[in-house]
Design a protein around this ligand. Sequence first.
Ligand SMILES: Cc1cc2nc3c(=O)[nH]c(=O)nc-3n(C[C@H](O)[C@H](O)[C@H](O)COP(=O)(O)O)c2cc1C
Length: 217
Amino acid sequence: MMKLGVVFHSASGTTRQLAQAVAAGAAEVAGVDVVMAEIVGADIVQGRFRNSALLQQLSRVDAIVFGSPTYMGCVSAQFKAFADATGELWAEQAWANKLAAGFTIGANLSGDQLSTLQYLQVFSGQHGMLWAGLDIAGNGSAKSGDATRQNRLGAQSGLIAHSADGTVHKTDLITAQYLGQRVARLARFSASYGKLCNYASISSTYPVWCAFNRGGL
Ligand SMILES: Cc1cc2nc3c(=O)[nH]c(=O)nc-3n(C[C@H](O)[C@H](O)[C@H](O)COP(=O)(O)O)c2cc1C
């Protein structure tokens, strides 16, 4: 059984709704178990994230989707406290070759959410993780040609969402669900065809990778 973790912080609930949608999408993929890990303020003592059980849980998953609201153009302080607490895991590269992806939400349409996604991508890179973005062209699903117009804000390095009033847009939830499903499928693919350990092994699995991208797997 593959395991996919969804790690997120949410103060007023919108990021949590996206996290739940990511989890629901991942859970649709057969053979994938979802581990929800919420970063809460009580786990931060004198500025330091202290929930070692949550960190241990993540060492056992095959893929992690990170979520944070955009605060002042980056992740929230609570998410950053969690990230800083992974320093020892970084030193051991304990999360190397796990898949990673991310999502964020802001109150403004262009409220610097991309900067948050880019931080999540750099954070995953520091851990030697393999980043998966969205394979949906902006404002519409090229894959299915459906009418839901997924990825309405057009970011492809991950999901960017927007809520002006605390209500999460239906399309953002559908896109979050798709992101969870995609990462879960990639994790299962990676397990079936051997670990994507380095660039060389990615090259050697390239034909299979293409088949996956065409929806063949
Ligand atoms: C301290 C603070 C800073 C924020 N900074 C930004 C920002 O830079 N860009 C933006 O679009 N929204 C910003 N927001 C709005 C939040 O990102 C938005 O309300 C989000 O939906 C909150 O997520 P949550 O419901 O999961 O807590 C900020 C909110 C707070 C409280």
